[in-house]
Design a protein around this ligand. Structure first.
Ligand code: GCO
Length: 470
């Protein structure tokens, strides 16, 4: 997700297509053995059952109940009802040959008030989920925080309060203790950038605030929370691995002017290095105050000695969410690439190669997992979603291009397994490989799901254009 197109950076040069590297007959591009072909969801977007079994309220329940926040006036009270239909969804994933499922644990299901007593019934859902994955040979990738802060914690000051890092560490320890024997990868915080920008700057997402200085404090506390969760995981001795999840957007200058180049450099700070550097280098990026003075003030006010040592606790991998680039001119963002029906997403597969190679080149080549990549249906596509198949093919070729140059990419998770509640867009955008009828809750694989199934089975992508109706 990335609604705003406020800016970004980078010296990367734009490319017009994904990589075309091939190593087999008929343009067949093979992936490394054990590559994890996955799909992703998040709790609030799919689970529904928001009042079942002692689940507490989250900031998104509160936000969606306010008039004017969700474009179609909907909410996620039922969503896909994944909470009740989970066995069916597990079977669906197995039938599609999915090898890795990225889901998120809803904090208010596990701790109704965000802290204190554990809600055994809520935790039991994730227990059954990871058992069900193991029984089907599907790897479990569990995100600890995908935006659904318990409302009780928001009422106590939420992410603006430094204590939030302690709350998150305690909750993470509970989740790891209960599920850590069956989870392969833990993802700490999903997209601190979008939380800060949309939740605390534009106010378009929960908790709906508009206070840039506060957003700086939140960025620092989310980093601290991430580091404290990594420490809690290490202390638990659980198997598996842990890492952050960053939404990266390569930034390209719109033209050769000095103004565009400078604006691109500053945009790169707020799009990328502000979230990568603290975690992977133990420092905030140079140029932060020039890129966003108020955010820098908030971060400085929230910082204490030693925090960056916690924030940069060694991680096992970096989760990358990629939706598209930013193109920046001297007087603001511009649109250079085709826009998807999301409205905010410029489609540029080569940008994914660029961000993966940047991690490889500038950040010590960490192990990387693509934790999200996807596109909404084009208008009128319904089950025959040729544009999604082409999008995924081109982005997978882009991943392969980065692997061929040394990037350590271990897996890919298509966003999303199924159509779901798309935050402030409600049910007006369909991002799933699987179609959901929100009246009957029936799931029907789209053409792209069948295509992805063949890709996973072959461990290879054909660079030939898929026929629209296969
Ligand atoms: C994100 C989001 C998803 C969105 C997706 C499409 O992490 O940005 O995880 O929840 O639905 O990005 O906008």
């Amino acid at each position: 997700m990335g609604i705003s197109s406020s800016a970004c950076t980078g010296t990367e040069q734009p490319r017009t297509r994904g990589t075309t590297a091939t190593d087999g007959p008929g343009g067949l591009v093979r992936f490394p053995a054990e590559f994890a072909w996955g799909v992703a969801t998040s709790a609030f977007q799919v689970e529904g059952a928001t009042r079942a079994d002692g689940r507490g309220r989250s900031i998104w329940d509160t936000f969606a109940a306010q008039p004017g926040t969700i474009v179609d006036g909907s909410n996620a009270d039922r969503a896909c009802d994944h909470y009740r239909l989970v066995e069916r969804d597990l079977d669906l994933m197995r039938s599609l040959g999915v090898r890795s499922y990225r889901f998120s644990v809803a904090w208010p299901r596990v701790l109704s008030e965000g802290r204190g007593a554990v809600n055994a019934k809520g935790l039991g859902f994730y227990d059954r989920l990871v058992d069900g994955l193991a029984a089907r040979g599907i790897k479990a990738v569990a995100t600890l925080y995908h935006w659904d802060l318990p409302q009780a914690l928001e009422d106590a000051g939420g992410w603006e309060r430094r204590d939030s890092a302690d709350w998150f560490a305690d909750y993470s320890a509970v989740a790891v203790r209960a599920l850590g024997d069956r989870v392969d990868r833990w993802v700490t915080v999903n997209e601190a950038k979008i939380i800060a920008r949309e939740g605390y700057q534009t106010g378009r997402f929960a908790p709906g605030k508009s206070d840039r200085v506060a957003s700086g404090r939140v960025i620092h506390h989310l980093g601290l929370a991430h580091g404290r969760a990594v420490q809690a995981f290490r202390a638990s001795g659980a198997r598996g691995t842990i890492g952050p999840c960053v939404q990266l957007a390569p930034c390209y200058p719109a033209d050769d002017s000095a103004e565009a180049r400078r604006a691109t450099e500053l945009a790169d700070v707020t799009e990328n290095t502000l979230y990568l550097d603290p975690v992977l280098r133990g420092s905030y990026p140079r140029g932060l105050a020039d890129a966003d003075r108020e955010v820098a003030v908030g971060i400085r006010a929230a910082s204490r000695d030693g925090d960056l040592d916690v924030i940069s606790a060694p991680v096992d991998f970096v989760g990358v969410n990629y939706y598209g680039p930013q193109v920046v001119g001297g007087s603001g963002p511009v649109t250079r690439y085709p826009l998807s029906s999301a409205g905010w997403q410029q489609v540029h597969p080569g940008g994914l190669t660029d961000v993966l190679l940047r991690l490889h080149r500038d950040y010590g080549s960490p192990e990387v997992v693509v934790t999200e990549n996807g596109v909404p249906d084009a208008p009128g596509e319904d089950l025959h979603d040729a544009s999604r198949t082409i999008f995924l093919r081109d982005h997978l070729l882009a991943v392969h291009g980065a692997i061929a140059k040394g990037a350590k990419v271990k897996g890919f998770h298509a966003w999303a397994l199924m159509d779901d509640f798309e935050w402030a867009f409600g049910y007006t955008q369909r991002w799933g490989l699987v179609h959901v009828d929100f009246e009957t809750l029936q799931r029907t694989p789209k053409d792209s799901a069948r295509w992805y199934q063949r890709v996973a089975a072959a461990n290879a992508v054909s660079s030939a254009t898929p026929s629209p109706r296969r």
